[in-house]
Design a protein around this ligand. Structure first.
Ligand code: ZN
Length: 126
């Protein structure tokens, strides 16, 4: 097992480069929640399994974009939390708080935290 793992690290994984679409071998995307979900979806739809990788030529750009997305996602999570807190505490401060505000507040926060996924890019860092 250990040997196979080492070989994979040297040669990379076969798959489709997320940037140029070439079928080759390269660095696999980190198996985050999004990648696992996409993989399960493909299995459910009976699509052939496809590994998301970054080929050698695209690796720097892929690493950069993956990092940019990670930062974007973090700041949008902060915006979502801020929106929720402002809505709840803002209305409480104005004396207009009702528990019913939690629902649109949570919905709005969920929408805000999903916004960065319009430009989703997997992470290639460790
Ligand atoms: Zn490529």
């Amino acid at each position: 097992m250990q040997k196979a793992k080492n070989r994979r690290e040297v040669e990379g994984e076969r798959g489709v480069c997320i940037l140029c679409g070439k079928e080759t071998s390269g660095a696999p995307a980190r198996q985050d929640f999004e990648i696992r979900t996409a993989r399960r979806l493909r299995q459910a739809l009976k699509l052939p399994e496809r590994h998301t990788i970054s080929c050698k030529g695209c690796f720097q750009e892929c690493a950069r974009r993956g990092e940019a997305f990670g930062k974007k996602r973090k700041s949008y999570l902060a915006y979502a939390a801020l929106f929720f807190l402002l809505l709840i505490f803002g209305s409480a401060g104005l004396g207009g708080f009702t528990p019913w505000l939690i629902l649109p507040g949570a919905l709005g926060a969920a929408i805000i935290s999903l916004l960065p996924y319009a430009s989703y890019f997997p992470s290639f860092g460790k």
